[in-house]
Write a protein that binds this ligand. Structure first.
Ligand code: HXC
Ligand code: NAP
Length: 291
């Protein structure tokens, strides 16, 4: 096992934390939950499907995990979920806005409803949870932490996932805004922008097998591999722990250099062979002498 596949923080690093992870029953949410519990946190996991939540609770820890059915689009459900978490654990001092919806589609094929369904889960859902937790923390003088799981295209934009790009950009703006406004209450707001980390939820909707011959994900990542869940879980655990007490308003990209691959004019030049470089160097040196 390589170091990046192991837990990074020492046991007990999250022992004073009660963390609510939305979408914590599946995928990356579930991997973060596992890491948080291993490090001593009590964790509430929410989603719309109770079976998935129970399955995750049974698999990781019956004692340290509370499953809560909650559609993040509904502010009433978000409020009552927070009450349930506080009743059960005595408090809540961390929130991970991880729940999301997404699918690829040319934008001109989207109906208004299709657009709204993604905006509502990602932007409105993250706002609902952040506002409820933020006010509860202010009223109870709790120095809470919010971690928002965004994407690299929250900053760059991306075709074919435009509702998701718009919603994640909004979540990133919320992260940076509240990091400043609510710092006076002791709150921290940060974000992680992951590149591709295989999960069933994302792959079924974004990279179905039927198009895998058209898009080779690894080849466009400078490190030539996708992310491993433990790597993201380590970063999330660090950001939810007090080790990161001075990190506020930051978005940390974890993508093997993927988003930068398309930047600049010259990153495609890996395709040029050593012999071609010999020839090119000669041509360029000779051009330099003439100019
Ligand atoms: C065009 C579509 C569509 C598609 C649905 N619609 N699928 N339009 N192309 N593929 C339209 C419908 O016709 C309808 O509009 C509207 O969207 C709502 O449809 P529903 O049937 O109500 O939605 P449903 O398909 O049940 O749900 C969509 C969803 C669902 C909400 C996105 O799949 C979901 O709950 N997903 C949660 C999990 C998830 O998405 N995980 C991936 C996160 S990955 P009309 O007008 O016909 O009524 C991620 C990673 C990004 O974010 C970065 C990776 C590198
Ligand atoms: P996933 O397994 O499909 O996770 C999405 C979760 O959100 C599910 O547990 C789902 O549970 C929950 N959810 C969806 N709609 C909800 C709603 N209305 N209310 C409450 N919960 C809802 O996908 P994932 O890949 O792990 O994604 C997790 C996060 O990472 C997302 O924010 C995603 O944008 C981000 N991300 C992922 C990747 C990647 O490569 N995987 C890359 C960049 C960013 P229910 O369906 O039971 O409600």
């Amino acid at each position: 096992m390589n170091l990046h596949q192991k837990s990074m923080l020492k046991a007990g690093s999250l022992s004073n934390k009660v963390i609510w992870v939305t979408g914590g029953g599946t995928g990356l949410g579930k991997s973060m939950v596992k890491s948080f519990v291993e490090l001593g946190a009590q964790v509430a996991i929410s989603g719309r499907r109770i079976d998935k939540l129970i399955e995750t609770q049974q698999e990781i820890s019956k004692d340290h995990i509370l499953p809560v059915v909650c559609d993040v689009r509904e502010s009433g459900q978000v409020e009552s979920s927070l009450n349930q978490i506080v009743d059960h654990f005595g408090r809540c001092n961390g929130l991970v806005n991880n729940a999301a919806g997404n699918f690829i589609s040319p934008t001109e094929r989207l109906s208004h409803r299709a657009f709204d369904i993604i905006l509502d889960i990602v932007l409105k859902g993250s706002k609902n949870c952040t506002l409820s937790c933020g006010k509860y923390w202010i009223n109870n003088q709790i120095p809470g932490h919010v971690l928002n799981i965004v994407t690299t295209y929250a900053s760059t934009g991306s075709g074919f996932v435009v509702p998701s790009a718009m919603a994640k950009a909004g979540v990133l703006a919320m992260t940076r805004s509240l990091a400043v406004e609510w710092a006076k209450y002791g709150q921290r707001h940060n974000a992680i922008a992951p590149g591709p980390f295989p999960t069933k939820g994302a792959w079924d909707r974004l990279f179905p097998k039927e198009m895998s011959d058209k898009i080779n994900l690894e080849s466009r990542i400078p490190l030539k591999r996708m992310g491993e869940h433990q790597e993201l879980a380590n970063l999330a655990s660090y950001l939810m722990s007090d080790y990161s007490a001075y990190v506020n308003g930051e978005v940390i990209t974890i993508d093997g250099g993927e988003w930068l691959q398309g930047a600049g004019q010259f990153n495609q030049m890996d395709a040029i062979s050593s012999e071609e470089w010999d020839m090119l160097e000669k041509v360029i040196r000779s051009n330099q002498k003439k100019s």
